[in-house]
Design a protein around this ligand. Structure first.
Ligand code: B12
Length: 490
């Protein structure tokens, strides 16, 4: 078998406004799977965000390493750089196989491959397809046998192979994340995905795939059927990482960690049976309206210390429109259950859904204020390509969807577009007001200081919170909408 040098890159520029830099477990999982199945592979991993380099430097490092295979993993925010990057790689390394994967290729599919020099695109879960591609490359075959793969033919055209991308049905078959391929302690000196300031000894894990809920603003990378690792497999990986690296916190980035309640109870029992004393955080959040007291107790017994709770919108009409359908009373009760255990909770709220009015934004502020959340992030709803929100916006306000620029945007300070029924100015006013009202509550500030994992380190957030509460320079829209307040809207 031919030996291959495989160069995997997590693309995305480091942004001061969105400083989270967790280990890129997507490409770490691909590498772990491939090396367990094939011999003769040598891996190099590059995390653009961690290195804080631009895309030109990324391309230079790839070319310098002269790999046989390059895998680019990216979100829509990095899409603009990919065609030029693949051209640079192709010019320097004509025989290199270039692969695309991650949330943007998964959403956009064939068109994301067409404008580039890449050979194939994996639109979803990648492990098995990646293995098949590497094996084909080792054996000098084409990628014709990989079901569901988008690939380029010798004449440059793009086709999709028949069938569906194969998925790992039983997630216990996944090898442990290949943390040995990265410099773990470097990630401990930067922000993780949980908003806990460094230094920290955390690692990221994903214990399940597939989310059954149809929210229009979210991705569909892993399909709609929930698959979870067994508690035994999961706790073994935590135990291994705890012993090997001394990690004392695990950030679970599952989309639906608590979907299978039985799994949660058994997970908690297993953590305690093995006497594993670590902290857990849920930076992706849990669906707070399906929390029960038993689930919260079990999660706390397993070490839950910090948890995101996505309200998204306080208005029942917007909940329905966004197909989230959150039961707001139960959301408040779920937060309360965690608050009683002094779990540090933070909310995710979004402003600016299509047709959303000022009154509805005020409802989001009111519910956030009423909640027992310790902290909150107020974002702008963003229509990522091929999401339900994108389709809805194209129907309701197509004029605002022309030439959207997602390059290095973030949903906090660098919003892409305002889809709501209010003007840009008014939307930004509500975002400032939300931060002011939420944090201007002395009881909340007391609870924040009492319950937050590192009160003094969290003080670093103070200048940002003040700026977000008052500064008019927060978040200029890239696609300004000019019409009178309360005007035509969407
Ligand atoms: C962790 C995370 C991050 C991390 C970075 C992750 C990383 N290094 O890759 C951080 C915190 C930095 C982050 C930032 C942002 N994120 Co984010 N993030 C996630 C999250 C929660 C998990 C990603 C993950 O690790 N999944 C687990 C691994 C196993 O899956 P995976 O990475 O998808 O990889 C699998 C497949 O995609 C595929 N694959 C992936 N890459 C490749 C490459 C090749 C070659 C192949 C063959 C296959 C392949 O195989 C892998 C294994 O099956 C996802 C939601 C989700 N559940 O996916 C959102 C998500 C990716 N983020 C999203 C967004 C919008 C953002 C932000 C823009 C938000 C913001 N702050 O404004 C920023 C971007 C900032 C920037 N400029 O870069 C969106 C992306 C939508 C889109 N169209 O691209 C997602 C999908 C959330 C959502 N609900 O829609 N994010």
């Amino acid at each position: 078998m031919k030996s291959l040098h495989v160069f995997l890159v997590s693309l995305g520029e480091y942004l001061k406004t969105a400083p989270s830099t967790p280990p890129p477990i997507g490409i770490l999982s691909l590498a772990a799977w491939a090396r367990a199945k094939l011999s003769g592979l040598q891996f190099t991993l590059l995390d653009q965000r961690l290195e804080r380099i631009d895309h030109i430097e990324v391309a230079r490092r790839i070319v310098e390493a002269r790999p046989d295979v390059v895998g680019l993993s990216y979100m829509t925010s990095a899409d603009a750089f990919v065609p030029a990057m693949t051209q640079t790689i192709r010019d320097a390394l004509p025989d290199c196989t270039i692969l695309l994967g991650g949330s943007h290729p998964a959403a956009v599919q064939a068109p994301a491959l067409e404008g580039t020099q890449a050979d194939a695109l994996i639109a979803g879960e990648g492990e098995i397809a990646f293995e098949m591609i590497l094996r084909a490359r080792q054996e000098g075959q084409t990628f014709e046998q990989v079901p569901g793969l988008h690939r380029r033919l010798p004449d440059g055209s793009v086709v999709q192979n028949p069938g569906q991308l194969p998925i790992v049905e039983n997630l216990d078959d996944l090898p442990f994340v290949a943390y040995d391929l990265i410099d773990v302690p470097r990630y401990w000196s930067v922000y993780s995905q949980s908003p806990i300031p460094p230094p920290q000894k955390h690692l990221v894990l994903s214990s399940s795939r597939g989310c059954p809920f149809p929210c229009i603003f979210c991705h569909k990378i892993f399909g709609k059927t929930f698959r979870g690792q067994s508690p035994e497999r999961l706790v073994s990986e935590m135990e291994f990482l705890h012993k090997k690296y001394g990690a004392d916190r695990f950030d679970f980035i599952d989309d639906a960690f608590i979907q299978d309640k039985e799994r949660v109870y058994r997970f908690s029992e297993e953590v305690n049976r093995r006497n594993l004393r670590v902290k857990l955080t849920m930076p992706n959040g849990v669906r707070t309206d399906i929390l029960t007291q038993e689930i919260v107790d079990a999660m706390v017994a397993a070490g839950l210390s910090t948890c995101a709770c996505a309200l998204d919108a306080g208005s029942p009409r917007i909940q329905k429109l966004a197909r989230k359908g959150l039961n707001i009373e139960r959301f408040l009760a779920g937060v309360e259950m965690m608050a009683r255990h002094r779990v540090f909770t933070y909310g995710f709220m979004m402003f600016g859904f299509p047709t959303e009015t000022a009154e509805e934004m005020q409802m989001t502020i009111d519910i956030s204020k009423k909640s027992r959340l310790h902290m909150a992030f107020f974002f702008k709803a963003t229509p990522y390509p091929n999401s339900g929100l994108y389709d809805m916006a194209m129907q309701l306000c197509p004029e605002r969807m022309q030439n959207l620029d997602f390059t290095n945007h973030d949903v906090y300070y660098n919003p892409v577009v305002n889809l709501s029924a209010v003007s840009d100015e008014e939307l930004l006013y509500y975002l400032r007001k939300a931060t002011r009202v939420f944090f201007g509550d002395p009881v909340r500030l007391f609870r924040f200081t009492r319950d937050c994992p590192h009160p003094f380190r969290f003080l670093q957030f103070l200048p940002g919170a003040i700026q977000q509460s008052f500064s008019r320079s927060r978040g200029r829209f890239r696609h300004p909408v000019h019409y009178p307040v309360g005007g035509s809207g969407a």
